[in-house]
Design a protein around this ligand. Structure first.
Ligand code: 4AD
Ligand code: MG
Length: 446
């Protein structure tokens, strides 16, 4: 029989990512990415290559390369895409600890000089950057923030998955309000039916908790708040745990544990990103249990003493939250708000029915509320009364009332806004940078 001889093609070097460079010291490999920056001086040039996992300084020497390769690299424009082949060398002075000695390069797409990459290293205004958000996320700082966001989300999931919670996701199209009717986005459904984008998965989460014991949902939520503050998005991601047979104290304990866990993970895995952001990590290192605890009454006293106009019975504004937390080294759990400022579902304190068994967790350094939650009403008659008092349509809540007819139990949970948490972890001025494509009062593009 005729034997088939294997085809001989020159082996292409192994494709690696910049994050993996340490494993390939001394090897010739290729890295596919984009030109982040370029320095040149006569017979040598230094393309900075980014590939999404890191930035690698490459060293291209004229005498070591074919003429056209060196000229192509030397004249390359910012954010052109290219694949560089070269040898990885340890270099203490380089960011990341390595450099690549260029042996070859393939330009995939060259950005033309006539229409250069719009975000140059010079300063741009926020509006300009937000209009170019689809490109801005390539920048080092934005990239670092979004990687911290990923870490926070992973930590959240790992925490709940390893503490007996089942993930049961809740719907986005909902027939009724959860957090009050004033901040709903209506959507035209079929046959002129109007539904709303969810404000919170909580009500469905309560049904899920009665079926599974401990559950969480995690998804986008929507608020038609016309607030133009550094803390508000109209679309944000919220993680919400809910537990059957749980009290306000259980809710507080889980909230505290979750935050300590998230901070631990961010410190463990995202030091490089925190350094890019020039985050003072000592502030995060001091986040340990137990957190501060304070009643709403005491919070009002503290605010009044610091010159706030707040009266007992009012809700805290952003400025109040900042005043309450600017001098703290760790979060504070504020509980027992007046029922009148809280949603319809809060269980009243049996000793003081005018206050609700609810808690807000306020982050330190002035970041303010990152978690809101508490214990839910489980008595049918009281719940009906509250639904009526809040002017909510009973028909829409029939299924929710069933949870109090068929095995009602004390239960509770909370919601944590991912972007508020990321903003605090990264030490940011404004929440808009914590999500790839923010939706705000005056921004729905790109
Ligand atoms: O305090 P909120 O409104 O609570 C609820 O929605 C409850 N149903 C949650 C529950 O008990 N399952 O919102 C919870 C958190 C806030 O603490 C904040 O972190 C975040 O959601 N949040 C926002 N984040 C960004 N932009 C907004 N407009 C936000 N509104 C709330
Ligand atoms: Mg709240």
């Amino acid at each position: 029989m005729e034997s088939t001889s294997p085809e001989i093609t020159p082996a292409r070097p192994l494709r690696i990512t910049i994050a993996d460079a340490a494993k390939h010291l001394g090897e010739t490999v290729e890295i596919a990415g984009w030109l982040y920056n370029l320095r040149k001086s006569g017979k040598i040039c230094f393309p900075l290559l980014r590939d999404g996992t890191g930035v690698m300084q490459c060293v291209a020497v004229k005498s070591a390369l074919p003429e056209e390769t060196f000229e192509a690299l030397k004249g390359l424009t910012q954010e052109s895409s290219l694949i560089i082949t070269g040898k990885i060398r340890a270099e203490q002075r380089a960011q990341g600890g390595f450099e690549m000695d260029v042996e070859g390069a393939e330009i995939v797409q060259r950005v033309p000089e006539s229409d250069p990459y719009p975000i140059s290293p010079k300063d741009h205004g926020t509006d300009f950057l937000m209009d170019h958000r689809h490109l801005w996320i390539r920048s080092r700082r934005q990239h670092a923030i979004l990687r911290v966001r990923h870490e926070v989300i992973k930590a959240v999931r790992d925490y709940f998955d390893s503490h007996g919670f089942t993930l049961v996701d809740t719907p986005i199209f909902t027939p009724a309000a959860c957090e009050g009717t004033t901040t709903l986005f209506p959507v035209k459904y079929f046959d002129d039916e109007i539904v709303y984008l969810t404000q919170s998965g909580q009500l469905y989460n309560e049904a899920n908790a009665m079926a599974f014991g401990k559950v969480y949902c995690f998804g986008p939520t929507f608020r038609a708040e016309k607030s133009k503050t550094r803390r508000h998005l109209t679309e944000f991601w919220m993680v919400e745990p809910e537990m059957a047979y749980a009290t306000l104290e259980d809710v507080k304990r889980v909230a505290e544990e979750l935050i300590v866990f998230i901070v631990g993970r961010v410190l463990e895995n995202r030091r490089t990103e925190l350094a890019v952001l020039e985050r003072d990590v000592s502030k995060l290192e001091s986040i340990k249990a137990p957190f501060h605890r304070m009643s709403y009454d005491d919070a009002v006293k503290k605010l009044t003493a610091k010159g706030s106009e707040i009266q007992w019975g009012g809700d805290f504004g952003g400025t109040d939250e900042t005043i309450l937390t600017e001098d703290l080294d760790r979060p504070v759990l504020v509980d027992r708000y007046p029922s009148q400022v809280k949603a319809f579902y809060f269980e009243p304190d049996p000793d003081r029915p005018e206050v609700a068994l609810g808690v807000d967790v306020l982050a330190p350094e002035g970041y303010g509320e990152i978690i809101g939650g508490g214990q839910r009403i489980y008595n049918l008659d009281l719940l009906l009364k509250r639904i009526d008092e809040h002017g909510l349509p009973r028909e829409a809540f029939n299924w929710y009332l069933d949870l109090r007819k068929y095995g009602g139990v004390p239960h509770g949970g909370f919601g944590m806004g991912i972007e508020r948490c990321v903003s605090w972890m990264c030490g940011l001025e404004h929440i808009r940078e914590t999500i790839a494509f923010p939706r705000m009062l005056y921004r729905t593009r790109p």
